[in-house]
Design a protein around this ligand. Structure first.
Ligand code: ZN
Length: 118
């Protein structure tokens, strides 16, 4: 039996899928970070949202955000401290198209229409 997939709403994709030490003498295998893990870091650490707000944005339970965020932070820490490459791709996500009526994200990079900023 298969669990139903829960799609996590994501508003922005990473600018690059590879991150890591710039000196190439690291022979560590890469760590895979999912797109939703990346999104948790972006929303919580960069946009300063609470886990509750992040859960609403991504349309998942707060406990799910907490778990994803912990995994994401661990990977960032391993990369910084131990020199792992991060490869950001995959996951169970759906890219926000800026038309989410119920959870209007407000900062979605895909909102190409209605540029009037008053
Ligand atoms: Zn959005």
């Amino acid at each position: 039996m298969s669990r139903p997939r829960k799609w996590r709403m994501v508003c922005d994709m990473p600018s690059s899928k590879w991150f890591g030490p710039l000196n190439r003498d690291s022979l560590k295998p890469e760590l895979c970070m999912s797109i939703e893990e990346y999104e948790c870091i972006r929303l919580i650490d960069l946009e300063k949202l609470t886990q509750e707000e992040t859960a609403q944005r991504m349309q998942v339970a707060r406990t799910t955000v907490q778990r994803i965020y912990e995994q994401a932070r661990m990977k960032v820490a391993k990369s910084l401290v131990e020199g792992f490459m991060l490869k950001i791709e995959g996951g169970d996500y759906e890219l926000c198209d800026g038309k989410q009526l119920l959870t209007h994200c407000g900062s979605c990079h895909r909102m190409g229409h209605g540029h009037s900023q008053d």
